[in-house]
Design a protein around this ligand. Structure first.
Ligand SMILES: NC(=O)c1ccc[n+]([C@@H]2O[C@H](COP(=O)([O-])OP(=O)(O)OC[C@H]3O[C@@H](n4cnc5c(N)ncnc54)[C@H](OP(=O)(O)O)[C@@H]3O)[C@@H](O)[C@H]2O)c1
Length: 274
């Protein structure tokens, strides 16, 4: 077996663009030094994807850190998300670009289907036609909501970012996305920190000589999703990136699969929070 340990390894999206399998999430990374530092450390550790959002209020810090890093713009994949409390998804991306100090983002996604799954999509397509987003997609969309977008789309969504972990193994959603050539990015794969103390995860980690965070992230990769763990601590940012040089066995995977509390759902969320 050959394992590709390159931290910049990428998945080809349905539109031909290439997205790194490993990214840094920056939800709850406060705007300013803390967020900037996390992005800088991630880039130093070899991450080449940063996942921010209009709702996170830290796009300016992400942009500052990218510029200060010296890593060429084209080497980094930047995702931001349309806050659907706004009205005009194309215009809001222009505001994001100003905050980020960029000419384009690599991926622009509808953060959640507030007000219905389709109304924001024509604006997302316009943003792509204008060259402001290389790829467009969605987040927190169930399979049914994704199908509604696909029905009206001139430009198809290429990615769906959803809550996904061993404890939220949305098997039907991931399989449905795969059938539709929509890449799934897993968020809150560590349960926003809450899955790290689980005894099953700890046992699998001990067996593999890895940490619980690494096991949870590796499980996501082997379940066909991209990952965007969040941390503002340098050693954890490094730890979370060290998941490309080992494989969980089929027994490990089965044990972790059994932690699922969603019943393998095709839904993206237990309920709507908006
Ligand atoms: N699309 C959406 O609606 C949506 C929703 C939620 C999240 N997301 C995205 O997904 C990203 C990740 O999800 P998340 O922020 O919910 O959390 P997560 O990645 O599941 O977990 C992050 C939490 O775990 C801690 N942590 C990280 N690595 C650790 C390690 N190796 N050991 C111990 N603790 C560790 C972090 O603490 P420290 O930071 O203090 O190290 C933080 O409290 C977000 O940042 C965001 O970009 C998207």
């Amino acid at each position: 077996m050959t394992i590709n340990t390159d931290r910049d390894q990428r998945r080809t999206l349905a539109d031909g663009n290439q997205m790194p399998v490993l990214g840094l999430g920056v939800w709850q990374a406060p705007d300013g030094a803390e967020c900037e530092q996390a992005v800088r450390w991630a880039l130093e550790a070899g991450y080449r994807h940063i996942d921010t959002a209009q709702a996170y209020g830290n796009e300016e810090s992400v942009g500052r850190a990218l510029r200060a890093s010296g890593v060429p713009r084209e080497a980094v994949f930047v995702t931001t998300k349309f806050y659907p409390g706004g009205e005009d998804s194309a215009l809001e991306l222009e505001h994001s670009l100003r905050r980020l100090g960029l000419d384009y983002v690599d991926l622009y996604i509808v953060h959640w289907p507030q007000g219905g799954p389709t109304w924001a999509w024509p604006g997302m397509e316009l943003a792509a036609r204008r060259g402001h987003a290389r790829s467009i997609g969605v987040s927190n969309f169930s399979l049914g909501e994704l199908d509604e977008v696909l029905r009206i789309a001139e430009t198809r969504p290429v990615s769906n970012q959803v809550q996904f972990s061993a404890f939220e193994y949305r098997r039907a959603l991931v399989e449905g996305c795969r059938e539709r050539d929509v890449a799934v990015t897993a968020y809150s794969s560590l349960g926003t920190g809450q899955h790290l103390d689980d005894p099953t995860v700890a046992a699998v980690a001990a067996r593999n000589g890895r940490t619980p965070a690494q096991v949870l992230l590796r499980w996501c990769l082997q379940r066909d999703t991209l990952i965007i763990p969040k941390s503002t601590h340098r050693e954890r940012i490094e730890e979370n990136a060290a998941v490309l040089d080992f494989e969980l066995s089929s027994e490990d995977l089965a044990e972790l699969d059994a932690l699922d509390r969603t019943g393998g759902t095709d839904q993206a969320r237990p309920d709507a929070w908006w």
